[in-house]
Design a protein around this ligand. Structure first.
Ligand code: SF4
Ligand code: SF4
Length: 342
């Protein structure tokens, strides 16, 4: 399928047509005035302003919480255990206006979760219409980590703003099917394609402070810095609040607990964080990461060393959420620079 051009009214009609198949979710201002993921009314456009929603899209792939099974010890209940099917009771969802860094995080998380039935089913259940970034924020650095502000990894359809309209490129077969419902779209003309090429070429330069530490970090023997005093200094100010890991699209650690009430209950999987002291506490009482410095080191070593060693890319897409919201201004970009300089 060729590149299509759709104006805003046509985009609205397209989303309205897709609402029969999907719940449409996109960036919109919440009651606190923050841009975040919200269910959109049929025909409502996502908020296209530059900048990332407060939360990442991981909540649609790792729901907070995910029910794994239900159980009952009540007399008369004929089923003591009932496995909860992945995505049970959820309608298919369309995320509209996904930025390239967030979509790429799904591709990265698919590596460790390649055989997790809940993640896989949720992935299948979510379609994504991407929105290219033409204006990076001061905290964006996707190009440092192997991404691009116009990247389409993980998307079904990619939208590029061209003046008051959008150029739409199908990325997957599902995306092609979705575009069949864009009834008012026209095929891109030569001048549209030229404008699209120019946008793709210029978008990376809108990001501040171009640098490519990813390849260098992969070469550098970070394990030799495992006991460096650098980690102690870095960890001094960290509050271990976990904000960075909960907002991070590529942090995927979880815990499992049983919730019970009056003889019935459910087993849930929910987000956990390596920044919390209890995360690694053993039943014996031993805690291999009992000190804050070990937890802070682990967060960065996982992203920059352990994950790349196992899967290839850094476990960071440069979205900058941890930079934006860390209460004590710990900045992973500075950590990368410092590690390269030691
Ligand atoms: S957000 Fe900042 S203070 Fe909180 S755990 Fe992360 S690095 Fe530490
Ligand atoms: S580590 Fe920070 S910048 Fe990297 S993906 Fe996570 S939240 Fe985004």
């Amino acid at each position: 399928m060729k590149v299509l051009i759709l104006d805003k009214a046509g985009f609205q009609d397209w989303l309205r047509a897709l609402a029969g198949e999907f719940d449409i979710i996109g960036p919109a201002e919440n009651t606190k005035g923050l841009l975040d993921w919200n269910k959109l009314e049929p025909g409502e456009l996502p908020d296209f302003r530059p900048g990332l929603p407060k939360s990442s899209i991981k909540t649609f792939f790792f729901p907070q919480p995910e029910t794994l099974l239900e159980f009952s010890a009540r007399p008369g209940d004929d089923q003591a255990f009932r496995p909860h099917e992945p995505s049970e009771g959820r309608r298919a969802r369309l995320l509209a206006g996904v930025r390239p860094c967030d979509a790429r995080s799904v591709a990265l998380n698919s590596m460790p979760y390649a055989s997790d039935p809940y993640f896989l089913k949720n992935r299948e259940n979510v379609a994504m219409v991407g929105l290219a970034c033409t204006q990076g924020c001061s905290t964006c650095f996707c190009t440092w980590t192997g991404g691009s502000p116009v990247g389409s990894d993980g998307m079904d359809v990619m939208a590029y703003p061209l003046g008051d309209a959008f150029a739409l490129e199908p990325v997957t077969g599902r995306g092609k099917d979705m575009l069949l419902k864009a009834s008012s779209a026209r095929e891109a003309a030569q001048e549209d394609l030229a404008a699209l090429d120019a946008l793709k070429a210029s978008a990376p330069s809108s990001l501040p402070d171009a640098m490519d530490p990813a390849s260098v970090l992969r070469e550098k023997e970070l394990m030799s810095l495992y006991n460096a005093s650098f980690w102690q200094g870095l960890s001094e100010s960290c509050l271990n609040c976990g904000t960075c890991t909960f907002l991070c699209p590529t942090c995927y650690c979880f815990d499992i607990q049983d919730e019970t009430l009056k003889g019935k209950g459910r087993r849930i999987r929910y987000w956990d964080s390596c920044m919390f002291p209890l995360f690694t506490l053993h039943a014996s009482g031993h805690n291999p990461r009992g000190e804050k410095v070990k937890r802070v080191r682990n967060r960065f070593m996982h992203k920059l060393k352990y994950f790349p060693d196992r899967f290839g890319p850094l476990s960071c897409v440069g979205c900058g959420r941890c930079v934006r919201d860390c209460p004590v201004n710990i900045d992973i970009r500075q950590v990368m620079k410092d590690l390269l300089a030691i």
